[in-house]
Design a binder for this molecule. Structure first.
Ligand code: SF4
Length: 256
């Protein structure tokens, strides 16, 4: 499995975000996350207890980002998005809000036209500061792969005490001011066959999306190797059909 070995990396060409400069606020030696998704590119979440001392400091992060932005500007490198997407869930950083505030200042100075994106699993929306700081950035991209609690436990395996309904309740408070990302796949886990793109899960998920009315929905399937064996992709054609169902409700949906 893959871990980023730097705080600031890239830019890399992203299917979803264009030329994306990555920001990793988690350690480079292990993943820190409140989920243990069966498809996570970083591998399993080996440590379930989150120790705030494991994260990079706010100062180290700001310094690494500024150095990277300086380098990119000197080399005339185009950056479409500065993206939190490292070794785990960025909003678990104890000073996540300060990191965002610092990044906004740096972005305005070096790349004022560039969007800030945060790929998040939405488990920290109950934290008022995280909730409000996510609204300061252009692209809060929040994950919800299913609205079924048993499937949520099977696919995302939360390592903290949280239910899918709690996440939905907090998403609702964003009043559609977010981008939804959902990954569809099928397979067998713990002797249980599942497919989050089939009924009744799909219609319930579409119903939720309609109610949330996000700015955009990013639909995708597996792209790299997964820690859980035997998982299978959902075809692009099937994902396109899901996108069309959402578009019928005037929801902007795109397959990646
Ligand atoms: S939320 Fe993201 S980082 Fe966390 S386990 Fe799932 S895929 Fe990995």
């Amino acid at each position: 499995m893959f871990l980023w070995d730097k705080i600031a990396f890239g830019p890399i060409q992203s299917r979803r975000l264009g030329n994306s400069l990555g920001i990793n606020v988690s350690p480079t030696t292990k993943k820190i996350c409140s989920f243990d998704c069966i498809y996570c590119e970083c591998g399993w979440t080996l440590e379930k207890n989150i120790d705030p001392r494991d994260f990079y400091s706010v100062e180290e992060i700001a310094e690494a980002i500024e150095k990277k932005l300086q380098e990119c500007r000197e080399n005339h490198t185009a950056i479409d998005s500065i993206t939190f997407s490292g070794n785990g869930e960025p909003t678990l950083h104890p000073n996540f809000c300060q990191i965002i505030d610092n990044l906004i200042v740096l972005r305005n100075n070096y790349y004022p036209q560039t969007a800030i994106t945060c790929l998040s699993n939405a488990t920290q929306l109950a934290n008022k500061q995280v909730f409000s700081v996510l609204q300061k950035i252009e692209n809060p991209v929040l994950k919800l792969d299913t609205v079924s609690e048993p499937l949520f436990q099977l696919i995302n395996k939360p390592t903290i005490d949280i239910s899918v309904n709690e996440i939905i309740k907090h998403l609702q408070k964003l009043k559609g001011n977010f981008i939804l990302q959902s990954l569809f796949m099928k397979g067998t886990i713990d002797n249980q066959a599942f497919n989050n793109a089939e009924e009744p899960h799909l219609s319930l998920w579409i119903d939720m999306v309609q109610k949330q009315s996000p700015k955009q929905v990013m639909l995708y399937s597996l792209d790299r190797s997964t820690p859980a064996p035997g998982l299978e992709k959902i075809s692009t054609e099937e994902l396109q059909k899901i996108a069309v169902r959402l578009q019928q409700f005037r929801i902007q949906a795109k397959v990646y």
